[in-house]
Design a protein around this ligand. Structure first.
Ligand SMILES: *Cc1c(COP(=O)(O)O)cnc(C)c1O
Length: 506
């Protein structure tokens, strides 16, 4: 199949097969994020790009896009701080949310943000007062019904209102740049921007009649990811958008666009595990397949079955049958697909993996903090430059093992090899391993890592050991290292504790 040949999906799968992290988890291929960014930039080089941070706000992704020269469409204080922390210059931030607290406008202005989108006179007045002299765009309401996740009526004002507000913006000492619109997300029709561009041109013309020249046009996001349908390439969208602009605008405006999904969707893969397969009756045609991820664990976009992800299992190619797919929580709405005709292999059993493809957008950021006790979706990264993966953020895992055979706990060579092997499998770079055997018994092993350190201390007389793995950055998985040591020792786990340092998006 075409979609299976996406190299990013292969790289994410290879990471998962090799490392076996706990599921559910999202793996992002940073090289694929960079490629997607470059493809979009090259398709529409005349437009300034503002990545819509909400699509995936991982610091690693933001940092990479800062280096690639992108700007950022931010929705509030936390996204502004995130981008600045990752090195974005405030001139490259666009505060695109039209629903803002006055304090947040003031915060943005203090941080150096000078570009805002509004769609109401109250917000415009806040901007004029708290962010004087800033560049502003007025968002107009467009029909987003062709979108697979339409925006309804929440954002944007009528074009006639926009004309009044942009005129007023100039009177308030602001710098009115132009009209903005967002056609809604996941558009498979490159012609979907035409009506918005036409409306924006009309606003621009009417404002010009009042003596104010608007120089810009912000065409928002809406470019697709590769779900159940292979979408047209970015170049087709660029050609359609360019043709619409040429048709409706007498002189070419300065273009801006705000892709979110198209930058990250195809760079991510979620691995989930089957929790339960059941039939509601002996004669029921469809099986119910319950996964360890659902609507609250990151698959929020399955609401109304808007986004139909591609699924893969290790049994693909064997006989299959129709299924209803559901999540693991005790919420009756936590059903992923019951109308969309999904089929999965008849051999599928509890414990098997189901991979969810092109899941890099609107997943991690939508997962709940702890609904029903399920933790937020963890993210792992592959690819990217070495320092694009956070160096400071890290996890310290402390574990106490019990009921280990005493002779293993007195064998310094075995323990050193066990620790080194576990650390390497868990993605850490081992620089040096030293061990000391104490009389009459007991061993200490210390490993120095590029990512920090790890150690084992044993108490053969009690059959117990303490294991401590601390790694900075995202490459190494300290929980996995501890789990592998435990498997080698055949130990019971008496206690484990994880200490997080720094910002973690997982
Ligand atoms: C969410 C959003 C985007 C990004 O949309 P995608 O469909 O993910 O490209 C762009 N602009 C605005 C204003 C948004 O709210």
């Amino acid at each position: 199949m075409v979609e299976s040949s996406l190299p990013a999906m292969e790289r994410c799968r290879a990471f998962l097969d090799e490392r076996g992290p706990r599921t559910p988890c999202l793996v992002i291929d940073l090289d694929a994020v960079r490629d997607a960014h470059d493809r979009l930039r090259d398709a529409l080089p005349e437009a300034r790009m503002y990545y819509a941070v909400k699509a995936n706000p991982s610091p690693e992704i933001v940092r990479l896009l800062v280096r690639a020269g992108a700007g950022f469409d931010v929705a509030g204080r936390a996204e502004i701080e995130l981008c600045l922390d990752q090195g974005a210059r405030p001139e490259l931030l666009s505060y695109g949310n039209t629903v803002k607290k006055a304090d947040d406008v003031a915060f943005a202005y203090r941080a150096g943000v000078r570009r805002f989108t509004f769609d109401s006179s109250a917000d415009l007045e806040n901007i004029a007062e708290r962010a004087p002299g800033s560049t502003v765009s007025c968002r107009i309401l467009v029909d987003s019904s062709g979108s697979q996740t339409p925006f309804g009526q929440k954002f944007g004002c009528a074009p006639e209102t926009a004309v009044d507000l942009l005129t007023r913006a100039a009177a308030l000492g602001l710098d009115p740049e132009g009209a903005a619109f967002h056609v809604g997300s996941q558009h498979l029709d490159p012609g979907a921007w035409d009506a918005g561009i036409a409306a924006a041109a009309e606003v621009t013309r009417a404002v010009a009649e009042r003596g104010i020249t608007l120089r810009g046009l912000n065409i928002g996001g809406g470019l697709p990811g590769r779900y159940d349908t292979v979408p047209p390439p970015p170049a087709d969208y660029a050609a359609a958008i360019r043709a619409s602009v040429a048709r409706h605008f007498p002189a070419p405006p300065e273009l801006a666009f705000e892709p979110g999904r198209a930058v990250v969707a195809d760079a991510g893969l979620i691995r989930s595990e089957v929790v339960l397969v059941s039939r509601k009756s002996a004669t029921a045609a469809r099986r119910w397949v319950y996964l360890d991820i659902g609507r609250y664990g990151g698959l929020a976009e399955t609401e109304n079955e808007a986004i139909a992800y591609r699924l893969e299992t290790a049994h693909d190619g064997t006989p299959d049958g129709p299924v209803v797919l559901a999540g693991p929580t005790c919420d009756g709405d936590d059903v992923l697909y019951q109308r969309t005709p999904y089929r999965l292999p008849l051999a599928l059993r509890a414990g098997d993996h189901v991979d969810i493809l092109s899941a890099g957008a609107y997943t991690q950021s939508y997962s709940s903090v702890s609904f029903n006790g399920f933790p937020p979706l963890a993210t792992h990264f592959v690819g990217g430059e070495p320092d694009e993966v956070g160096e400071f953020t890290g996890r310290h895992v402390l574990a106490e093992f019990s009921q280990v055979r005493p002779e293993l706990l007195d064998d310094a060579t075995f323990l050193s090899e066990t620790l080194e092997c576990a650390l390497s499998k868990a993605g850490a770079t081992v620089r040096e391993v030293t061990s000391t055997r104490f009389e009459p018994q007991g061993v200490t092993v210390v490993a120095l890592l590029s990512e920090s350190h790890a150690s084992i201390h044993t108490y053969p007389e009690r059959g117990s050991a303490f294991v401590d793995v601390f790694t900075c950055g995202r490459r190494a998985d300290p929980e996995l290292a501890v789990q592998l040591v435990r498997d080698q020792l055949g130990a019971n786990v008496a206690r484990t504790r994880t200490i997080h340092r720094g910002r973690e998006s997982g």
